[in-house]
Write a protein that binds this ligand. Structure first.
Ligand SMILES: [Zn+2]
Length: 377
């Protein structure tokens, strides 16, 4: 049954348009044959599924098939450095630190070398055996819901791109708050809500949080927002939020108008719905279509523009080692550039990079199609 009011603030919900009638994408690129039915709250601005997903169906997503963390070790290491840079800039060092959902463990290893007095604990259902424990670092396999029976306390609890996957954020906040030592701090990175961006298209992003929604969750467990940065330098469309144990409001909430956000989200998903048709028109009646890019944007086109995907005969990128596992051949641009004169190249990179990439291909004499005028984030 569809919900009619927000589970967080009881505000009125608006149904968002489907980007495709019967397809969704998971954040690792896999597709499911169901529609992406999300809602936006007109009061707190949270985006959520119209029909709450069951815990079992969510866990199915992160079984052996979930591929994101192991996609590319180089990308994983670069990501860990970028998040460590942000954390060390925004958070003062603490002694006992817990990362919820530590993935490969790369970020904790990075922090191990920067916060020399800290003892670090990483928790993840899929942390690899090779992560390795040390004197100040240990990894535990498991779900957060089952953690904390040893009555340990932590001075800093953080997670990176986890809370948007959590079915019950209120319970998650309560569990985290219960593990904090007096004076402790809770820190989250998650996708930014405004402007709407690619993450809204991910089926396994169960919520998109506005600062107001996060503040509401924190207040319910006796915490208050200390710092909020909407788009963290070096991280793209991701926000940083930190909470401390206090009932006094410390931070100035960034001003996201939930009514305007509902309109922006509606426009954004309609742009995705129309994208397939517009791309066919821009490509025209040619025999060969190739994509430049074999990562997240290519995967999104496979999911939400499937008839375009059928026309694509190869994916091209500079470093095929970074390609996602999609069902098309991947070629190095330097190897195939001279064979692409008769093809139309659809620039399947992040919108912000499409102009740069297209100029480069045009300079090599290739025909390009971009869509950053339709999808700008
Ligand atoms: Zn709400």
């Amino acid at each position: 049954m569809n919900k009619h009011s927000c589970g967080l603030c009881n505000g009125e919900l608006l149904s968002l348009p489907l980007p495709h009638q019967h397809r969704v994408m998971l954040s690792d690129g896999r597709c499911l044959d169901i529609p992406l039915e999300k809602t936006t709250c007109l009061q707190c601005g949270i985006a959520a599924h119209a029909r709450p997903l069951t815990v079992a169906s969510i866990r199915d997503v992160y079984g052996d098939d979930y591929a994101l963390a192991s996609a590319s070790p180089l990308a994983d290491a670069a990501r860990a450095r970028a998040y460590a840079d942000a954390l060390t800039r925004l958070v003062t060092p603490h002694r006992r630190i817990l990362e919820i959902g530590c993935g490969s463990g790369a970020l904790l290893r990075e922090l191990h070398g920067r916060w020399l007095d800290a003892s670090l604990t990483g928790l993840d259902p899929a942390v690899p055996e090779s992560a390795g424990n040390g004197a100040r670092i240990r990894y535990k396999r498991g779900f957060f819901e089952a953690f904390g029976e040893e009555k340990e306390e932590f001075d800093l609890i953080f997670s990176v791109n986890v809370i948007e996957h959590v079915a019950d954020p209120g319970e998650f906040f309560a569990r985290a708050a219960a593990l904090l030592a007096p004076g402790g701090q809770m820190v989250f990175f998650c996708p930014t809500s405004e402007p709407p961006n690619l993450e809204l298209l991910f089926h396994d992003h169960l919520h998109t949080f506005t600062p107001a929604a996060l503040e509401r969750l924190a207040r319910a467990v006796g915490m208050t927002m200390q710092i909020q940065e909407n788009r963290v330098e070096g991280l793209g469309d991701f926000q940083f939020i930190s909470f401390v144990q206090s009932t006094r409001t410390v931070a100035q909430l960034s001003n996201v108008d939930p009514i305007k956000l509902a309109q922006q989200r509606t426009d954004y998903l309609l742009a995705w719905r129309n994208l397939e048709k517009i791309l066919h028109a821009r490509i025209g009646a040619v025999d060969r279509v190739a994509l430049f890019g074999a990562g997240q944007m290519a995967a999104l086109l496979r999911a939400y523009a499937p008839t375009l995907w059928e026309r694509v005969d190869m994916l091209v990128m500079d470093n095929p080692g970074d390609a996602w596992s999609l069902d098309k051949p991947v070629r190095a641009y330097a190897d195939v550039r001279d064979t692409l004169q008769d093809a139309v190249m659809v620039i399947a990179t992040a919108p912000g990079a499409q102009g740069f990439v297209a100029n480069r291909l045009v300079a090599d004499g290739l025909k390009t199609v971009r869509f950053d005028d339709l999808i700008s984030s």
